[in-house]
Write a protein that binds this ligand. Structure first.
Ligand SMILES: Nc1nc2c(ncn2[C@@H]2O[C@H](COP(=O)(O)OP(=O)(O)OP(=O)(O)O)[C@@H](O)[C@H]2O)c(=O)[nH]1
Ligand SMILES: [Mg+2]
Ligand SMILES: [Zn+2]
Length: 280
């Protein structure tokens, strides 16, 4: 087995939970495969995974045996002594439906739900996404086999600040270094390397437009429509010209997250700077 760096998925408080639960002699490992009564465990530092056994009581515990993705505590003899708390699990209701769930994977941050073109099954994708959501895992939909879809080939556009890495990403998707990319300045920001807007044909059939980064996010009419919840809430304010600032009975202040209000204010200020006549 090759060296496997389980530390990539390591979380900050791992050691604290490990020592508190299993003592100073315990070490952490991550289950990277399950076999019957044996688990392939990678150490929390880069190293070679090895097959481990689990202590008997663990095999009967109510969380069930360790599963792929689990962080486990290894005791002084190198056996799995316990399973650390799970964050983000994909749980399938066991066949037969006796209510017991089967944990398919755990400690996952993102579920990639895969459907194939040209006929993705939307209902099924929704069920997979719901399973992910139930386990507190974010989900993204991946559509494969775009080559089989006569209507594949969407046109995408890269937007972002200069130096964000748009052209680097375009080159990665192209599979060749077509777009010039900028040297990183000491402050980590780019220097307006891309000067025109250019459409590129990606190997998968999609089109991608690379654009020069904007020094400040460009301002456009209607950007505030991304904040229509604020506009909707404003209908409930006592004063028709409420600035949602210090006014009494302000429905915006009462119902909208202050950080969101601040983001909206910032955008409105910027729109005014561009078009002083605008009073949204
Ligand atoms: N460390 C690191 N650097 C990256 C990554 N992606 C891009 N860069 C670097 O960021 C710098 C700017 O990348 P570009 O792709 O030219 O950025 P851009 O968004 O196209 O910039 P403009 O064309 O000026 O709008 C280059 O030095 C890249 O090598 C990344 O994932 N990691
Ligand atoms: Mg660029
Ligand atoms: Zn108000």
């Amino acid at each position: 087995m090759d060296i496997f760096d389980a530390g990539v998925g390591r979380r900050a408080d791992l050691e604290i939970e490990l020592k508190a639960g299993w003592g100073d002699d315990a070490t952490a490992g991550r289950v990277i495969a399950q076999h019957t009564d044996r688990w392939l465990v990678a150490p929390a530092v880069p190293g070679e995974p090895s097959l481990r056994q689990a202590r008997g009581r663990l095999r009967q515990s109510q969380d069930g045996p360790p599963v792929t993705g689990d962080w486990v505590a290894l005791d002084a003899e190198g056996a799995i002594a316990g399973v650390l708390s799970r964050r983000g699990s994909i749980v399938r209701r066991a066949a037969g439906g006796d209510g017991e769930g089967q944990v398919l994977a755990t400690n996952v941050d993102l579920a990639l739900v895969v459907e194939s073109l040209p006929d993705p099954n939307v209902r099924r994708a929704e069920r997979f996404a719901a399973i992910a959501a139930a386990g507190e895992v974010s989900a993204a939909l991946v559509l494969t086999k775009s080559d089989l879809d006569p209507e594949g080939g969407a046109t995408a556009v890269l937007l972002g600040a200069s130096g964000a890495g748009k052209s680097t990403l375009a080159n990665a998707l192209l599979g060749e270094d077509r777009q010039a990319t900028g040297d990183l300045r000491a402050d980590g920001r780019g220097r307006h390397t891309t000067v025109g807007r250019e459409m590129l044909a990606l190997p998968g059939g999609a089109l991608l437009i690379d654009t020069p980064g904007l020094r400040e996010v460009g301002l456009w009419d209607g950007a505030v429509s991304a904040f229509d919840d604020i506009e909707a809430a404003a209908a409930g304010c006592r004063f028709a010209d409420c600035a949602h600032d210090t006014e009494p009975d302000c429905a915006v202040l009462e119902t909208i997250d202050p950080e969101r209000i601040e983001a909206w204010r910032k955008l409105v200020r910027e729109e005014r700077r561009v078009d002083p006549a605008r009073r949204t």
